[in-house]
Design a protein around this ligand. Structure first.
Ligand code: IFM
Length: 447
C-alpha cells in the first residue's frame, strides 16, 4: 500500500451556499431574493420545496462550526446572502445581517477554520431583478458597492474571497434556459448578463483590493474538460468553441481583458451591450483560480444546440451518481492541468467537487455511503496526481458540508457529508464524513 499525500498546509474544506442552507428567509430584516420569489412560484421547484427553512443554519451555525471542527476541516467555503446584508441590493445596510456573518466568521476563527467567503452564490436581491437584473449594466456598480460594504465589515478577519460562484451556471440557467431564478429565457438577456457579470468581477476585485491589497481574490468557476464526440474537423472546432465558453468566458475577461472567440458568426458586441472602456474594466489579476468540477463535456458540431453551432453533453462511460452525473475522476486532473498550462501555473483551489447519493440512516442511525467515499477517493487521487505533475493546488472543498436545497431539485438530491433530516433538522455525519475527517487529519490516505 502506498500513501496518497498532499502538500503541507493543504486546506481540507467543505462548501455551502447561503440560500441552500441558511433558512431564515425573512429573519431580522432580510430582503427577498430571486430564489425566494422563484421557489414561491408554483411549478418552479420540485415538490414546491423552498429554502425558507433549509438546514436552519441561520440559527444553528455554532453547532455546524462545532461539527466542522469535529471533522478536522481547516477551511469553510460559504456565501454571503446579499439581501440579508442589503435588503434592496442598494442603499441601507441591514446591520443584523452583517452581524450574522460576523459571528459566523468569529466562530470559525475560534475553531481554527479559515473563512473562505463567496460574495454571490445566486441569491440576487429581488428588487434588483425588478430593476432589470444582471442584463442591466448598472448592476456592476451596485455589486461593487456591496463588495465594498462586506470588505469593510469582515476584511479585518476574512482574507480569502471569491467574487462569484459559477457565473456560467446562473447566467445560462437564469437567463437563457430559465430553469433557475429568475427564470428568463432570452438570448440577449443572457449575453448581456454575462457581460455585466464580467464587468462586476473587475469592479468588485478592485473594490476589495482597495480595502486591503493583501486580500486574495478570485471566483469559483465551474469548469469541464472538453472532448470531441468524433475526430472530425467540425467536432474539433465545436469543442474549441465550447471550451471557450464553458471554461474561459468568465476567467479570460479578468485575466486577459478579452473574450474568447466562440461565435462562428462573429463576436456579438452589440447584443452584449459592449461600451468603450469595458474591456479595461473587466480586467482583474486574480490571485488564484477556484475550480468547481462536476463533469466533462463531449461535444459535437450542430446547427443549433447549446450556444452557436455546437452541442455539448456530459460523459456517459463511467458509473453514475443518483443525480445521473458521470463519475470520472480524470476530468478533475485534466482540468487542473489545463488551467496550470493556460494561465502560467496559478494557485488553484478546488472550490467544489462532490456527488449526490441518497443513502439514509439505518435503524442504528448510521449512514453507510460507501459510494461517496469511493467518489472522493477517486477525485482526491486525481488531485494528488495533478500536484505531482506540477499543479499548484492549495485546497479542496467537498460539496457539500451537509445535505441542502439543491435548487430546482428541491431537497431531492443529497450532496452532503452530513445527513440533514429536513423534518427535525438533526445532523448526522455520514460514513464519508468520518472518512474525510481522517484524510484531513492525516493529510492524505492509504491507496
Ligand atoms: O448545489 C450546487 C451548488 O450550488 C453549485 N455547484 C453545484 C452544486 C451541485 O449541483
Amino acid at each position: 500500500m502506498s500513501k496518497i499525500e498532499f502538500p503541507a498546509g493543504f486546506h481540507w474544506g467543505a462548501a455551502t451556499a447561503s440560500y441552500q442552507i441558511e433558512g431564515g428567509w425573512k429573519a431580522d430584516g432580510k430582503g427577498e431574493s430571486v430564489w425566494d420569489r422563484f421557489s414561491h412560484t408554483d411549478g418552479k421547484v420540485q415538490h414546491g420545496h423552498t429554502g425558507d427553512v433549509a438546514c436552519d443554519h441561520y440559527n444553528r451555525f455554532r453547532e455546524d462550526v462545532a461539527l466542522m471542527k469535529e471533522l478536522n476541516l481547516t477551511s469553510y467555503r460559504f456565501s454571503l446572502g446579499w439581501p440579508r446584508i442589503q435588503p434592496l441590493g442598494k442603499g441601507a445596510v441591514n446591520q443584523k445581517g452583517l452581524d450574522f456573518y460576523s459571528s459566523l466568521v468569529d466562530e470559525l476563527l475560534a475553531a481554527d477554520i479559515r473563512p473562505f467567503v463567496t460574495l454571490y452564490h445566486w441569491d440576487l436581491p429581488q428588487a434588483l431583478e425588478d430593476d432589470g437584473g444582471w442584463p442591466e449594466r448598472d448592476l456592476a456598480g451596485r455589486f461593487s458597492d456591496y463588495a465594498e460594504i462586506v470588505g469593510h465589515a469582515l476584511g479585518d478577519r476574512v482574507k480569502h474571497w471569491m467574487i462569484f460562484n459559477e457565473p456560467k451556471v446562473f447566467t445560462v440557467m437564469g437567463y437563457l434556459i430559465g430553469n433557475h431564478a429568475p427564470g428568463r429565457q432570452d438570448r440577449g438577456d443572457f449575453l448581456r448578463a454575462t457581460h455585466t457579470v464580467n464587468r462586476a468581477t473587475g469592479r468588485a476585485f478592485a473594490a476589495l483590493k482597495s480595502i486591503d491589497e493583501s486580500f486574495e481574490v478570485s471566483s469559483a468557476f465551474n469548469m469541464s474538460p472538453c472532448d470531441p464526440q468524433t475526430d472530425s474537423a467540425e467536432d474539433a472546432a465545436a469543442t474549441k468553441r465550447w471550451d471557450g465558453f464553458v471554461n474561459r468566458w468568465f476567467i479570460e475577461p479578468a485575466l486577459l481583458g478579452r473574450y474568447p472567440d466562440i461565435f462562428p458568426s462573429g463576436f456579438p458586441a452589440e447584443d452584449m451591450g459592449i461600451e468603450d472602456g469595458d474591456f479595461e474594466e473587466m480586467k482583474a489579476p486574480l490571485d488564484f483560480v477556484g475550480i468547481n468540477l462536476y463533469n466533462r463535456s463531449i461535444v459535437k458540431a450542430a446547427h443549433d444546440g447549446n450556444l452557436d453551432a455546437m452541442d455539448a453533453g456530459p460523459g456517459r462511460d463511467g458509473p453514475h451518481t443518483d443525480f445521473g452525473w458521470e463519475v470520472w475522476p480524470d476530468a478533475l486532473h485534466d482540468q487542473i492541468m489545463s488551467v496550470t498550462r493556460d494561465y502560467d501555473a496559478p494557485i488553484i483551489e478546488i472550490t467544489e467537487n462532490g456527488c449526490a447519493y441518497g443513502e439514509a440512516p439505518d435503524a442504528e442511525g448510521v449512514v453507510s455511503d460507501s459510494r461517496r467515499i469511493d467518489f472522493y477517493r477517486g477525485y482526491l487521487k486525481a488531485v494528488a496526481r495533478a500536484i505531482k505533475a506540477g499543479a499548484n493546488v492549495r485546497g479542496y472543498h467537498a460539496w457539500s458540508l451537509m445535505d441542502n436545497f439543491e435548487w430546482a431539485e428541491g431537497y431531492g438530491q443529497r450532496f452532503g457529508l452530513v445527513w440533514c433530516d429536513f423534518e427535525t433538522l438533526e445532523r448526522t455525519p455520514k460514513a464519508s464524513a468520518r472518512w474525510y475527517a481522517e484524510v484531513a487529519a492525516n493529510n492524505g490516505f492509504e491507496e
